[in-house]
Design a protein around this ligand. Sequence first.
Ligand SMILES: *Cc1c(COP(=O)(O)O)cnc(C)c1O
Length: 242
Amino acid sequence: MGISTVDPSHHLNLEDRIQALRQSLPPSVRIIAVSKFMPPEAMRRAYGAGIRDFGESRVQEAAHKQSQLADLPDITWHLIGHLQTNKARLALEIFDWIHSLDSLKLAQRLNGLVGDRSPSSDFPRPQVLLQVKLRPDGNKFGWQWPDLEADLPHLDQLGNLSIRGLMTILPQGLTVQDQQTTFTNLHDLALGLEKQPWQRLSFRELSMGMSGDYSLAIEAGATMIRVGTLIFGSRPLGVDSL
Ligand SMILES: *Cc1c(COP(=O)(O)O)cnc(C)c1O
């Protein structure tokens, strides 16, 4: 299997880890550097090492960092965490991509907000991925497959969103075999959906794979990986359950 994983050892500094990661990937794969809970200085270093895509899980934190990094104009901001309806407007202002669209209701809300914008405001049309959970995972948001199938015709009507593909987060504790199967299943579902005659929906983008499982995700066809720890080191203890 072609992809070697980056040794997360602490011998390498952040710049070297990014370079090693980049070199281990096909050039077409987009690295989303997941910078949640990491300070803006670390993001500057990652930027200096060539990273232009940053992933944040909380809207407020991202807004704060965006103002601190305002001198870096060509960052693409990705929302990867659950979006509450009351933050939808702010999310549209600051994120270019929303990986974590997880309900028809939220989709309709975003679509309405983009549609309401005054000509002077600049909500660009957000690039959106649909979060799917192919395996039961009580802790995670996302559509289960049959529910998504039922909602797709409605999602296809939302002219102000640019829906580009699927995203998934694996539940904890799967065997490597099950991780691989799940990623492959998602890829197959996306291929099947891409063949259907939608008005607007596209399924070419697949956001899957994190520090621990990105090489499997890439073998299964990921176009974007969301990598935090491997680039920035460990997050403060406990924050992942917030
Ligand atoms: C935190 C997070 C990641 C990054 O996880 P690492 O294991 O640190 O690479 C990726 N995706 C989502 C949705 C996350 O919340």
